[in-house]
Design a protein around this ligand. Structure first.
Ligand SMILES: [Zn+2]
Length: 522
């Protein structure tokens, strides 16, 4: 009985030892990488040659094994499974992946060449790390979008003339060096056929980021991305929306000559370097709401539609040359740093927010005041006047709305007689009108002219008499008085005094505004 138990124990022990590759001196044990069926290779005590993390492993053997693996996967498997592989180099130049390829969590060292490769059914580089320059020039990602989510590019990456038919996923991808998503001008294909998702991607800033001549056929999603170095989107085409909200641009940025066919969203973006939007076309809405500009900001689109500048913060020097007839301006911080140069304004500077009834009169009043500050800062006298006029109008509407009759009447009077000081010559026209009106009243009530007998009823006499009425009206208005023309009765006397009273108010007002105008031009 005891012998039997010993035999059983020994046989169990032996079988367990042999399965671990100890007995017989051969390696039966499998690679410890999760799900890997390859045997451990002789250079490692844990991994197969594919998963061995040492990049200096046997390259000849690696290549031979890889060829076998590809053939096996091609025939027997549903996908090419290279997940977690550590490639001492990767030469897939021109290779045609006829089924899904899984490179997730792979590491690439040495020469990484996917140029001209064709991925017909999608590929995942999720979590992969590219330790040297990654070449995807002329690579074609057909049908499905490749996934580069959480991948890390330690060195340069070239997506030059690369075709992403179904778009591309670069969510939380880290780019540490130069990045080229560029396209030659004569190339017919667009770059991204579907959505290009760079959500939360980080361009760490050892090198610049180039997106020149790129066509985004789907949404260009750069939400929350950080660009650590210069970024150049020159001549890009955004066909289906561009989301750059909450993006941080640490250095110089170009969006020159780009075309945005649908809305462009730069809400809450931070522009820490010089920023250029020159010759850009915005077919639909553009939002810089709550965006922050710290350096030079040049905004001179070739064409634009609605622009949202609300809560924009401008700490550097901004220059805007655009069509501002559909622009929202409420609460631009440090607006005096923004120069509105050669812009197109709607008639009388009536802004979009006023026309759309978007804001209360009190808020509109501050908008016009802000605009006035900017115009004053940049010596744009004509616009200062127009902004002040609208500011006063808002004040008047507000007084009316709040039932403040006193302010309302004063502002109405101020507007009618002098266009809020902007149109001092209005006073002259009003003065002429008043003088003429009183001349007619004097004609009716009667005046006496020294050394003149009473007139006959001949027309020439009436004309002569009206001429004296005008003279008397002028002398009353100017309060100069007259020795040889006198009011004939109490009624005329009262009219004369009343006219003098109006003159006393209007004449100094006119002189004041004229002097102010003259000084503003000195
Ligand atoms: Zn393995």
């Amino acid at each position: 009985m005891r012998k039997i138990i010993y035999l059983i124990l020994i046989s169990v022990l032996l079988s367990s030892l042999s399965s671990h590759g100890v007995v017989g001196g051969e390696e039966y044990q499998n690679c410890t990488y999760k799900g890997c069926e390859e045997p451990i290779w002789k250079g490692s005590d844990k991994y197969c040659i594919f998963h061995d993390p040492n990049p200096d492993k046997d390259k000849v053997l690696f290549e031979q094994k890889l060829k076998e693996k590809i053939e096996k996967d091609r025939i027997k498997k549903e996908k090419y499974d290279f997940s977690g592989f550590v490639f001492p180099y990767a030469n897939f130049k021109g290779f045609k992946f006829d089924k899904y390829a899984d490179f997730s969590n792979a590491h690439f060292y040495g020469n990484i060449n996917f140029s001209g490769a064709i991925f017909q059914n999608g590929v995942s580089f999720t979590g992969a790390t590219f330790h040297s320059l990654a070449d995807f020039e002329e690579t074609q990602f057909l049908n499905n979008a490749p996934k580069f989510d959480n991948a890390i590019f330690e060195k340069e990456v070239h997506f030059i003339n690369t075709y992403f038919e179904g778009g591309g996923h670069f969510v939380q991808t880290t780019f540490k060096d130069y990045v080229f998503f560029t396209r030659e001008l004569n190339s017919q294909k667009m770059t991204f056929g579907g959505e290009a998702s760079f959500d939360k991607a980080v361009f760490e800033g050892e090198g610049s980021v180039e997106f020149r001549n790129v066509t985004f056929g789907g949404l260009a999603d750069f939400n929350n991305v950080t660009f650590g170095e210069k970024a150049n989107f020159h001549n890009g085409k955004f066909c289906n929306g561009a989301d750059f909200s909450d993006v941080i641009f640490q250095s110089t940025l170009w969006f020159s000559d780009c075309i945005f066919n649908t809305e462009a969203n730069f809400q809450s973006a931070e522009f820490k370097g010089d920023t250029y939007f020159v010759g850009t076309v915005f077919e639909k809405e553009l939002s810089f709401k709550n965006a922050k500009f710290e350096q030079i900001f040049t905004f001179a689109p070739e064409k634009n539609n609605e622009i949202d500048l609300r809560y924009l913060r401008c700490f550097g020097n901004g220059q805007i040359t655009a069509d501002l007839r559909k622009t929202k301006f409420y609460h631009i911080y440090s607006i005096e740093n923004l120069k509105f140069d050669n812009c197109i304004w709607s008639e009388n500077l009536k802004i979009y927010e006023e026309r759309m009834n978007d804001l209360t009169y009190a808020k509109l009043q501050t908008v016009y005041k802000d605009l006035k500050n900017s115009f004053e800062e940049h010596d744009q006298k004509d616009l200062v006047g127009k902004a002040f006029y609208r500011e006063m109008e808002m004040k008047r509407f507000r007084a009316k709305e709040e039932g403040n009759i006193e302010d309302y009447l004063f502002l109405l009077y101020f507007k009618l007689f002098a266009g809020y000081g902007e149109k001092p010559f209005n006073i002259i026209f009003w003065s002429f009108g008043i003088i003429f009106l009183f001349a007619i009243l004097f004609l009716a009530s009667g005046i006496d002219i020294k050394n003149h007998r009473r007139y006959n009823l001949a027309l020439s006499d009436w004309i002569k008499y009206f001429y004296y009425c005008c003279l008397f009206s002028i002398s009353s208005f100017t309060t100069l008085g007259s020795n040889y023309i006198t009011p004939r009765n109490k009624k005329s006397k009262f009219l004369s005094v009343f006219e003098s009273f109006i003159g006393v108010i209007l004449i100094p007002m006119f002189i004041y505004f004229i002097i102010e105008k003259i000084f503003s031009y000195l």
